[in-house]
Design a protein around this ligand. Structure first.
Ligand SMILES: [Zn+2]
Length: 500
């Protein structure tokens, strides 16, 4: 991180001091507050603050933080609780009310689909604005752009999983003119509010290296980040599985200046995660802006009809049919049932038990890896539990029960690290992921002795426990496992690139 950080840090410091200046202008000490969070242990990884304090909230922002009691406003008792910035999930595919509820109860206040994304992003904004429980947003989708250029269709025509949208289109190569049009279409959506460039390269076997490079070139010019699920691993050992496919995107970032986040490094790297982390850290040391993320589970999930399951998937992942679980029934698959489901319900998500537990531990606890859920849309009530339990699982299992992470580091991985990843493209994110005067009052208050995920592979829609209160823009949206009805404070998080 060290070498990659300076540009980031300077930007963040400049924005933070602006916030402080403007906040103090309207925060007279005697002014009343809309809400006061009293007596909680306030942990803000950005400033290093870790102390018992009151927080005064006014007009959706944090107006005061004080170790002396604040008065003049409605009070919420946070004694014996941890008061943290609301969790930020940059890898959330379920942008709908069901997914939002479960994420809210897991402490998430901002959920963005940066991996696959959408296009046009204006459709997402129109669909969600005024109806969102938490903040939302998306990257410009490579798959959707490609669908439009190569097939004349849009993602509005496809099901919940664009990765299985149109197998013929995904397998087809693009010519140089089409490559330019795909990059241009994504670029226009970034200027219209999409937060970066979303690439699921493994799902697009037809995309050549030049097509991907063109998108990185566009990102290098706008400075909006590329988030990518890397290319399918080559099967031959000689090319260094899966190192080669990660080297491709790091080389593209190095040669274009595009900021890059490699998504879900544990499921991508499996046994090669230690080497992939060396690549990421080496790139950072040499000044390349590369980051990565992971979810805390030993299984992945994707659509059964997607290219993840193309010829050779067993060898690439070191597993067989019985590693694949069918969510609707919980059954493990056989060659027969696998072929039948892949043919008849290609759009259905399956769970793949494939990631060694020591690899998950390594990824979740490594200092350069942030936390992101990769939660998929809930269509059968049996999908992967990560969409419901990721954040409480890190706090309950990794911090409290197994003591593999300290609390402040864990909170940093789910707040300030993802906020910094997007704040250069979206100034809104410079007000999130922090407990600071002037920051948005997106706040998660949890009981460190009780916080825990409840979602399992058998009952994945169980909400997390121990999340006491969740505030979104100053509105109390969750209280002891209950979601506030009839309130929709969630805002679209947009890139500011198209704005004058
Ligand atoms: Zn992925």
């Amino acid at each position: 991180m060290r070498a990659a950080r300076p540009a980031f840090r300077h930007g963040a410091v400049a924005i933070a001091s602006l916030l402080l200046a403007s906040a103090s202008a309207f925060a007279a000490p005697s002014a009343p507050y809309d809400l006061i969070l009293t007596g909680g242990r306030v942990i803000d990884p950005d400033s290093g603050r870790d102390e018992i304090a009151d927080i005064g909230i006014r007009d959706g922002r944090i107006a005061a933080i004080s170790t002396n009691p604040l008065s003049g406003g409605k009070r919420l008792d946070a004694k014996n609780m941890v008061v943290a910035p609301g969790f930020i999930d940059l890898h959330a595919h379920g942008q709908d009310p069901v997914a939002e509820r479960l994420q809210l109860l897991d402490g998430v206040t901002t959920a963005i689909d940066m991996e696959i994304g959408t296009l046009p992003v204006a459709d997402l904004h129109a669909r969600m604005q005024g109806k969102a429980l938490i903040n939302f947003g998306a990257s410009a989708s490579h798959i959707c752009a490609r669908l439009q250029i190569l097939s004349g269709k849009t993602c509005a025509d496809s099901g919940p999983h664009q990765v299985a949208a149109d197998p013929a289109m995904l397998a087809k190569g693009a010519d140089p003119a089409q490559e330019a049009r795909i990059a241009d279409l994504m670029d226009r959506d970034v200027r219209a509010g999409a937060l970066g460039y979303g690439l699921g390269i493994e799902y697009v076997p037809g995309a050549g290296r030049r097509e991907i490079f063109r998108i990185f070139q566009a990102a290098g010019k706008t400075g909006a980040p590329v988030f990518t699920h890397v290319r399918s691993r080559p099967l031959d050992k000689a090319s260094g599985v899966p190192i080669a496919v990660v080297q491709e995107v790091i080389a593209d970032a190095a040669t274009t200046g595009a900021p890059l986040q490699i998504v879900h490094i544990a499921s991508t790297g499996l046994g090669d995660v230690p080497t992939l982390l060396e690549l990421v850290k080496g790139a950072q040391v040499h000044g390349i802006d590369v980051t990565t993320e992971a979810y805390p589970y030993t299984a992945g999930s994707t659509a059964i009809g997607s290219s993840f399951f193309s010829e050779g998937w067993q060898q690439r992942n070191g597993v067989s049919y019985d590693a694949v679980q069918w969510p609707a029934t919980g059954e493990r698959l056989t060659p027969e049932s696998f072929e039948r489901y892949r043919r008849d319900q290609p759009d259905a998500a399956v769970i793949i038990h494939v990631i060694p537990s020591e690899i998950v531990d390594l990824a979740v606890t490594d200092p350069v890896v942030s936390i992101a859920s990769d939660g998929v849309p809930w269509t059968t009530a049996g999908e992967h539990p990560r969409g419901a339990g990721t954040f409480a699982r890190v706090l309950g299992v990794y911090v409290r029960d197994r003591k593999l992470l300290d609390l402040k580091t864990a909170i940093a991985k789910m707040t300030i690290m993802p906020a910094r990843r997007l704040e250069k493209v979206s100034p809104q994110m410079a007000r999130k992921g922090r407990i600071a005067v002037g920051a948005d009052a997106d706040i998660t208050i949890f009981d460190p002795a009780k916080v825990k995920d409840s979602a399992t592979f058998e009952t994945p829609m169980q909400p997390s426990v121990g999340i006491r209160f969740v505030l979104v823009g100053g509105t109390l949206m969750a209280r002891d496992g209950q979601v506030t009805e009839g309130q929709f404070p969630g805002q679209a998080i947009r890139s500011a690139l198209g704005q004058p």
